[in-house]
Design a protein around this ligand. Sequence first.
Ligand SMILES: NC(=O)c1ccc[n+]([C@@H]2O[C@H](COP(=O)([O-])OP(=O)(O)OC[C@H]3O[C@@H](n4cnc5c(N)ncnc54)[C@H](OP(=O)(O)O)[C@@H]3O)[C@@H](O)[C@H]2O)c1
Length: 418
Amino acid sequence: MALDIAEVAKLDVEPGTLPEKMAAWVIRPEREGEPKDAFQVEEVEVPEPGAFEVIVRVMAAGVNFNNVWAALGKPVSVFGYGDHPEHGHHIGGSDASGIVWKVGPGVTSWKPGDEVVVHCNQASYEDVEVHGLDPLAAPSQKIWGYETTWGSFAQFTKVQAQQLLPKPANLSWVDCSAYGLTYFTAYRMLIDRARIQAGHNVLIWGAAGGLGVFATQLCRASGANAVGVVSSPEKGELVKQLGAVDYIDRNEFKGMMRTGDEDAEAEKARFKESRAFAKQVKSILGDAPDVVFEHVGKATFPTSVFTVKPFGRVVICGATSGYTLDFDVRYLWMKQKEILGSHFANAYECMRANQLMAEGKVRPVLSQAMGFEGVPEAHQMLHENRHSGKITIRVGATDDHEGQTEAGEGAIWAEVGA
Ligand SMILES: NC(=O)c1ccc[n+]([C@@H]2O[C@H](COP(=O)([O-])OP(=O)(O)OC[C@H]3O[C@@H](n4cnc5c(N)ncnc54)[C@H](OP(=O)(O)O)[C@@H]3O)[C@@H](O)[C@H]2O)c1
C-alpha cells in the first residue's frame, strides 16, 4: 500500500505498543544535495528503545538550519557520524514536542502517555565528563537529529531519557515544538556562561533572530536591561515587545562591519563607526553593556570587544558572518574583558529554561507551521533564504492549538530571523 502522508496523524496503536513501520523523511547518501530532493518520505522500521532510551510519538517538529547541511552533505556528510553507519539513513530533526510511547530498560522517570518536549543534546552515560564536568565536554557528545539518525521528522523518534522535559501545559504541541535548540543555547550563554544579573546591561546582536528573541526575553525575566541590534524597524518593534529597552538599526552603522581586508585607512574609518555605535549603546542603556551576546562573528566581533564594559563579558556561540575573528586585543587586556565560548546546553539548563516557558515568563516565537509534507520545502526555503522566521512541522498534531491544556498566551507569531 502506498504511503499516505496526509494520514501521519492517525495511529492504530496505544502508548506502550509500537507499530512495525512509520512514515519518515529520510536522507540517504546517494541523495545528498538540494533539500527538496534529498528528503524523501519512506516507510521505515520503528526503532526499539535501548537501555535508557525512549521512543516518542512526534506531535510537532521544529526546523533548524542543521538539516539543510545534512541534506547538502556539506561541509561534511552526516553519514560518517554517530549511528548513521549502522542504519545507512538519516532521519533529521533536532526539536520536537510529543508523547512518550515506549520506554527502554532502565527508564524509571517517564512512562507511556507522558507529554514531553525534547532537547537535542546526547552523550553516553559511560563518559566520565557527563558525571562531573558537563555532557557538552563528553567525547560522545552529539546533536540528536543531526549527528544521529532517528530525529523528529518522522512519526516516532528515538531519544535518550535525559533529553525529555515536561511539556508546558500552557502551550500547544506546535507552540513548544521549535524553541529547544535556540532557546536553550541562549539560556546557557546568558545565565550560566555570562552570569547576567538584575540591573546588568546587555547588548544583543540579531535580537529578532532565532537566538535573539530568547536572549531578549531572558534579559527581561532576569531584570537585565537589553538593547537589541536589528536590521529593520519592524524587527525593532518586536524586540521592544519582547522586553528590550530599545533597539538599534544596524543599517545606520553599516561602516562598523569588519570585512577583514581593510587597509589601515579603512580600518580607521571602520573603528570610528564602531565608536559611534558604542556611544549610541551607552546612551540607550545609560552605561556600556556588562555583557555582549555574540553569534555574528567576523563582522561584529571587534565592535563587541570594544563596546563591552571594562571587566565585561562577550559570550559567543556562532559566527554567521565568518569564524576567523580579528580584533584589537588592547581593548581586551587593558580593560580586563573576557571572551566566553558557549555551545548548546546541558539537561539541567534545559530543564530550568523550560520551566520559564511553563510559567509564561518566556514565550516561543514562531512564524509558520506546515503539515508533514512541508519538510523538504521548509529546508529548501532556509537554504535559499526565502524564510522569514521559525518554521515548525505538524506531525501528530492536526491543528496549531491542539495540546494546550492550561490557560496561557501561547507562542508569539512573528516574522523574525535573517
Ligand atoms: N553553538 C550553538 O549551540 C548554536 C545554537 C544555535 C545557533 N547557533 C549559531 O548562531 C548563529 C545565529 O543563529 P540564529 O538561529 O539566531 O540565526 P538567525 O535566526 O538567522 O538570526 C541571526 C540574526 O543575526 C543577524 N545577522 C546576520 N548577519 C549579520 C551581520 N553580518 N551583522 C549583524 N547581524 C547579522 C540578523 O539579524 P538582523 O538582520 O535583524 O540584524 C539575523 O536575524 C548561527 O550561526 C547559528 O549556527 C549556534
